[in-house]
Design a protein around this ligand. Sequence first.
Ligand code: HEM
Length: 471
Amino acid sequence: MPTPTIDYADVQGTILRGYRVDMARHFILQITDAPGARAFIASLVDGTGGVPRITTAARWTTKPECFVNLSFTCGGLAALGVTQRQLLSFDLAFQRGATSAQSAALVGDVGESAPANWIGGMSNGQNVHVVLNLWVHENPAVLERVTRQLRAAFAGCLAELSAHDAAALPDNQVHFGYRDNIAQPTVQGAPPRKRPVPDDQAVVPTGEFLLGYLNANNATYSVVPPELSTNSSYAAFRILEQDVPGFEQLLRTFAPQGMDPEMFAAKVCGRWRNGNPLELMPDAPGAVLPMDQLNAFHYLNAADPAQDDTLGLRCPIGSHIRRNNPRDMAVVSTRSVNHRIVRRAMPYGPAYDPEHPVDVPRGLIGYFINGSITNQFEFLQGQWNLTPNFVMSATGPGGPDAGNAVFNISGEDVFLGINDPSSSSFTLAALGRNGANNTRVRGFPRTITTRGGAYCFLPSITGLRYLAALS
Ligand code: HEM
């Protein structure tokens, strides 16, 4: 597939660029006055009226003091004047919205995670129209100043349902103590990452993240009108609360006898907490690997049987990173490389200190970006995170006597599953026919709860101008 030329200045920056910032504020807004909201969009596009300009993916010579992006729910587009007929051309999950019963059931937003319990005005998805994002680097004064500017500009036309802050933890950690921000898809035609983490996975077709370009199925996601199509994208905005003491207790209680809880932590994720992948460091975390090795691994290796992990003996097939990107592993009814996602989420809440435990909400908040919420975010959540039956029958170098991949996964993702203790299960594989010697860890609880969410459309700059000009 020839590399397309992308007009970076027409693409909202967060889709193609990691901003490498450490503070964020996300505003959840409801349109109360459409003409005023359109004027606000116009001022953001042009950077006029005392607000910063929307950040695009265009290269900058001096790093901006703040980054601003803007997305809309289906109800938000309708409130601005996009017609019902036009909205029918949008992604089906986006049309339904994150609080719809169908989406909630599909992605596991049930029980305490059900939309009815969501915070910040998000439980009633009909009212959520706009998600406005502000990121700054190490400067709370800039965060507050730009917040004041934005609030002054949208007052009277957008009601602020809530605002949600995020703050990076040291060393790119997330709240369970793992290093994050390592693996991201390499998108065809996108600006190169400032600090690349090389891997030899296939470059992902542009259309998996931007409407109007060829996607992994050699088709094109697009919507009408054309102004809203090319260079736009979708995202699932998520607020995922993490129960840190609960997770530590899970590790201590459910690590099989004789297994260090730290090893169990690595097994459920697929990486040690220092970021090293189990595929390369199967026995101990070791010293942090250099950047060029951190993501340079596959699960299968036909050329070197000693390096092959078809059976998930080193990195469990049900681990978080293997479920969410099975890489070269064969999967049922689709291709393992077709459902990649760009993660732009940051921790919120203070780090948990076991010596001085403070019981406040903490977790991960942000966008999971894709060209199709149906085929990417909802597929990942619903198929690969919530079921074990996507794995193809496959034997490793030892033949059937050593085992088969289908027996070496059970239950749901330990991070993202519903994990009701009555049925939760995680498989640690061992050599043996039909998984005869596997260990199944059962009965552990859910430690990540969905507290909010919205399915969003990130229009191109052309699209934002189109929305601003609607009547
Ligand atoms: C609080 C919730 C979550 C936590 C604690 C978490 C944690 C992690 C960690 C520690 C990594 C390894 C670091 C890296 O590879 O960069 C990772 C990777 C990943 N996660 Fe999550 N994650 C969460 C939510 C999600 C969600 C909602 C999705 C998508 C539905 C997701 C998809 C992925 C993907 C695609 C990777 C990279 C896999 C690879 O390419 O090897 N994660 N996550």
